[in-house]
Design a protein around this ligand. Sequence first.
Ligand SMILES: Cc1cc2nc3c(=O)[nH]c(=O)nc-3n(C[C@H](O)[C@H](O)[C@H](O)COP(=O)(O)OP(=O)(O)OC[C@H]3O[C@@H](n4cnc5c(N)ncnc54)[C@H](O)[C@@H]3O)c2cc1C
Length: 557
Amino acid sequence: MSYNNDEIIFDVIVIGSGIGGSSMAAILAKNGYKVLNIEKGQHPRTTWGEATLPQLSFWMWLISERYDFPEIKILADERKVTEHISNACGIKRSIGFAYHKEGENHDMLNESHQILAPELPFQSETHYFREDIDLYMAEVSKKYGVELMENTEVIAFKEDDKGVTITTKEGGEFQGRYVIDCSGKQSIISKTHKLHEEPTRLKSETRAIWNHFEGVQVFDKMFTKQELPGMKHRWHDGTLHHVFDGGWFWIIPFDNHEKSNSSICSIGLMLDCRKYPKNSSMTPEEEFQMFVNKFPTVAEQMKYAKAKKSYLGTDRIQYSCQKTVGERYFITPQAYGAVDALYSRGMISTFESMYMFLDRILGALKDDDFSLARFEKFDDLHRNQLDMHDKTVATAYKAFGNFDAWSIWVKVWIASKLYGDIWLFRSVMKYMRKPDKKILEDLDFNKAPFIDPLQQIIDLAFDLFTQAEEGKMSWSDASKEVKDALAGANWLPHQQIPWAQIEKRHLDFTPELKLPSIILWGKTKAPKWIQDQMFDFLPIPLVKMKIKEKLGMKVSA
Ligand SMILES: Cc1cc2nc3c(=O)[nH]c(=O)nc-3n(C[C@H](O)[C@H](O)[C@H](O)COP(=O)(O)OP(=O)(O)OC[C@H]3O[C@@H](n4cnc5c(N)ncnc54)[C@H](O)[C@@H]3O)c2cc1C
């Protein structure tokens, strides 16, 4: 369908129909607005961003409730994904980090970390087979009336006080009242307004090589029972990271549960460009194989692996913008900047931002008032999201250089995850007890109380590990200082979790009383500011759901 010379003026034009663009477009269309979504490629199309974390599931759950959009809640629970969307996706029940030294077998007994997140009846994490997930959201958006134009590339953007005009490579010209750019690094709006920082302010400097494989060995099968940590879930039931000085591999299985009809694992290699600058005389496949062969356990796991697609290799992947909103445009976190695949932050940032942005854009469309004042807080939100992720990733790459540093850093990261999750869980519990949208609105731009003290520990680790890298202090002194900082963090529950005991590397949050015991600590023993701002909720809805589950009753939330 061509809109050339048509009178149609769309309320919103969305550029890009990945999971972010389609979700945004669908919710706006459901609210009665005329939405055009322009997509360069065609679904089903492949992309990275396959592993989810609890924070993403929480944001999806919350968006679904706030905007009455049940289709997004399906994405927040692997059980629902498998039932309603696709059984080519994998389960994610654990996060594993296996540390490697060049030329040596991985020492599972002494140099591995496995973490199991709390199990909740209303959400669970997934390895998204993005072809199917993004196709699903694109179809949902069409169901609500979004005009999706595939195989159409936006090449120019103009704005005036009445709205925007979008031009496509195929010769189309489209008018809208507002444009949302969900297209990623190549964002036309960033280019038009020269928003990209050159060079980027980001500290991380990494690149990626990626493919899908068949025949990847189940990691657990490569070890004896005595060597394995004996956790409730296999390593293969989650995202496995093979970590080494200067980089890491991700292993994301899609074939890890009985309902799966997939035989595929996604495997990516991320490299620190400073340690491993791109070797332009090698193909991505040759370079990938070279790194696999440096680490005998990785090579063993990949012994029978066969690539399913062409290898994709990138240059440095970090980019950043100076700002994110204009008079008639909004660029999403993915178009604003990116750091690294480590810690699966991309989709969390997208959906966190969407949670707040939809409310503002729906108000602006209703009032026909797109003034910057409505959107100004997004510059800070996107900046903080990106910069905190960047510092976390940059510190992790430093910590890869020494196992003790890495081991304490894993604990710092888990503290950030656990508290980030509890912060959102708090709103979910409050809302389940009393479904008042004000509870959801209160989350907007509300900085969690633990962020500042956590940031201090991250900054300390970054500085100390930099000194250790530069030979100005020993790794053991640097690691000990970070360990002491974590031990002294009175805002963390030390009886429940051995934060500063680095020999305790495997953490299991699945026992039923684990999460309640942390909440009880938060409500009774935590410093008052943490009690008041973070643990001011009761997990009664969770307890009720767990009882129902035990009685074999259906739980819906
Ligand atoms: C190596 C790597 C690994 C990652 N792993 C994870 C992970 O495990 N977990 C996680 O949460 N995040 C991860 N991310 C980030 C994740 O990929 C993104 O956050 C996620 O894909 C964002 O979804 P989106 O819909 O906003 O953008 P995308 O999925 O990138 O979609 C953008 C769409 O815009 C289209 N487009 C681009 N330009 C134009 C144009 N000019 N005109 C029309 N259409 C256009 C593209 O074709 C594409 O379909 C990873 C990123 C990288 C680089």
